[in-house]
Design a binder for this molecule. Structure first.
Ligand SMILES: Cc1ncc(C[n+]2csc(CCOP(=O)(O)OP(=O)(O)O)c2C)c(N)n1
Ligand SMILES: [Mg+2]
Length: 596
């Protein structure tokens, strides 16, 4: 036991848990914590962006790259309210961060002091944050901190990871008590759950019997660090792999077995394989509306005619949308290792020639359809060209932080990461600013690798102050602004649904309603960030190469054609409006159930 201030106990616990950074913003509520971080500044670094949203996106991205958490620190009231959206992004994508929020002094609870929310309950921030964290803790005395911190950290990293909140009243940072720093918390994946021997045997029977099996992977495979096992399993049994965005790269996307993303903006071979499969082995993946063509049979999947093995660490995901033929509550890596061991034991082999030949046919058709546009030069630049040039210029270990909007659709369809954790996507919640802000956290997590944000003009305009943070802390990242002069992804939905009427989805200026945007390059230069404007496709690759080599904060404002849309290969429906048939490929419904 030692006599310690609450804030010092928190700091010591963070340091003991190898947390190198606190991303946060000051306020009167957290000055006690800041003072403690000052005393420990050679052991833990405070980085202070210009908006709390950015702090939490940075922490989220840091975790996605390293699988190790950092903390955020925000003040009471409005500062902490600003992290609700990024926490929603983190929890819907199973990303972890420790959100330390400040609150009013316990002595003033329920008196309506400055910045207290108390309509229903005193110091009620935990109820604001509750839906977007795995758990919120509110220790109201210093001697309650050790248990709260230990439980928070364990909750965050065990099972399906996700953000947690420790809400600390002003006085608890500064009051002293006789306390002990809790023991270090086990890291992510310290405990792994597995399937029973009977379950594994049934799964392998199903896999060996299947004629057209596919594997569908999600963030769960990335988080459990099962890339090696997945690759071995897919290659040994010659089973194609479809990936949701945060699973991309677990199987090298240049491997012929890697079919890419599925759903409306998926790759054609992935949708064709998904709807023709007789068995889907889903591992650490969700069947959300965008990857399942809004669950309409025949566009992406054909359950229940297709058999389903569904493995996940979260029981809530098993059977959420499609009841599995066998649901396996297990960690992805353990499950894959168990399958491999059973295959070894049986000396099992599959004859997949016919199925693989069919898949190759779809890959060739798709390639023939899309390839020509990747080579076209134009001004404004064709979207495919930006994706192709990024692929050409960026090294294999580059990290791409994708933002939200049309650009993301293009990257989901065509970006080919070779390794996991190299393509960061706000998939579950799609929070604008995730890419532009997250790239700063990604760079801190991987200082020796190029980190590039691809962000829309709309997304970037929501968090332009990321430029200042990059300069203040010398974080050499590159922002590629996909500048199409509007919220074009939404404009396209509006035009499609309402017969061409546009309101509030494009940026205009003056009496003639000319397309408007700020001069992003000048904006960057005003903050001390180097920048280039690129309006012709011929200039983009060189600009990107230059920006990456410069090894300093750099912005490229790329003017991209707003009238070229990604080809749909599945469908997406927002009831009650009708959906559109795929542009490339068509719905397939099996006439008979596959042989049992
Ligand atoms: C914080 C937030 N606000 C609104 C939305 C809804 N939304 C999704 S995409 C989008 C437009 C994005 O515009 P931009 O970044 O320019 O990308 P574009 O679609 O034009 O490529 C909007 C407003 C959102 N996802 N997140
Ligand atoms: Mg835009």
């Amino acid at each position: 036991m030692a006599r310690m201030k609450g804030a010092d106990l928190i700091t010591e616990y963070l340091v003991d848990n190898d947390i190198p950074y606190v991303f946060g913003i000051c306020g009167h509520g957290n000055v006690g914590m800041l003072d403690s971080l000052y005393a420990a500044r050679d052991r833990i670094k405070m980085i202070s962006p210009r908006h709390e949203q950015v702090a939490a996106h940075m922490a989220d991205a840091y975790f996605r790259v390293r699988h190790e958490p950092v903390a955020t620190l925000t003040s009471c009231g409005p500062g902490s309210c600003n992290i609700v959206m990024p926490l929603a992004c983190a929890i819907t994508d199973s990303s972890a961060l420790l959100a330390i929020t400040a609150n009013v002094p316990t002595q003033q609870f329920n008196r309506s002091p400055f910045q207290e929310i108390n309509k229903h309950y005193q110091a009620d921030f935990p109820n604001i944050i509750r839906p977007v964290v795995k758990r919120s803790f509110q220790p109201t005395r210093v001697d309650m901190l050790p248990l709260a911190l230990r439980q928070a950290m364990t909750t965050m990293l065990s099972g399906r990871p996700g953000p947690v909140n420790v809400d600390v009243p002003f006085n608890v940072f500064q009051e002293e008590d006789d306390v002990e720093v809790p023991p270090k918390t086990p890291p992510l994946n310290a405990q792994r759950s597995g399937a029973s021997p009977d379950e594994i045997s049934t799964c392998v029977d199903m896999i060996l019997k299947a004629k057209r099996p596919v594997i569908f992977i999600g963030h769960g495979v990335t988080l459990s660090e099962a890339s090696r096992e997945l690759t071995e399993f897919a290659r040994r049994l010659q089973i194609p792999v479809i990936s949701s965005p945060n699973g991309m790269g677990c199987l090298d996307m240049s491997d012929p077995l890697s079919l890419g993303f599925i759903g409306r903006n998926g790759a054609y071979p992935a949708n064709e394989a998904g709807r023709h499969a007789d068995l889907v082995i889903a591992i650490g993946a969700r069947f959300d509306d965008r990857s399942a063509s809004s669950w309409m049979p025949g566009y992406s999947w054909n359950f229940p005619a297709t058999k389903l093995i569904h493995a996940d660490v979260d029981p809530q995901e098993l059977g959420r949308n499609y009841p599995p033929d066998i649901g396996i509550l297990a960690d992805a890596r353990t499950f894959l290792r168990q399958l491999l061991a059973e295959i070894d034991k049986r000396g099992a082999k599959r004859d997949s020639k016919a199925w693989i030949a069919e898949v190759k046919g779809w890959q060739a058709e798709w390639e023939k359809f899309v390839r020509p546009n990747f080579e076209v030069h134009a001004s404004p630049i064709r979207p495919e060209r930006i994706v192709a040039d990024c692929q050409k210029v960026l090294p294999d270990d580059a990290i791409l932080a994708c933002d939200v909007g049309v650009s993301h659709n293009w990257y989901m369809q065509f970006w080919k990461p070779k390794h996991p954790q190299n393509m960061l996507n706000s998939w579950g919640f799609s929070g604008m600013g995730f890419g532009a802000a997250g790239v700063l956290g990604a760079k801190l997590a991987a200082p020796d690798r190029p980190c590039i944000a691809v962000t829309g003009d709309g997304c970037f305009s929501m968090v332009p102050h990321v430029l200042c943070t990059a300069v203040e802390y010398n974080i050499p990242v590159v922002w590629v602004i996909w500048n199409n002069f509007g919220w074009v992804s939404i404009r396209d939905i509006q035009l499609g649904m309402f017969g061409g009427r546009e309101l509030g989805t494009m940026f205009h200026e003056g009496p003639n309603q000319k397309p408007y945007n700020p001069d992003f390059a000048a904006w960057a230069r005003a903050t001390g960030v180097e920048a280039l404007t690129v309006t012709k496709s011929q200039d983009f690759a060189g600009a990107l190469e230059h920006a990456v080599k410069a090894n300093k904060p750099f912005l490229i404002d790329a003017h991209v054609d707003a009238e070229v849309r990604p080809p749909s290969t599945g469908a997406w429906q927002l009831p009650p409006t009708p959906y559109k048939e795929p542009v490339f490929g068509k719905r397939y419904l099996p006439e008979t159930e596959p042989a049992k």
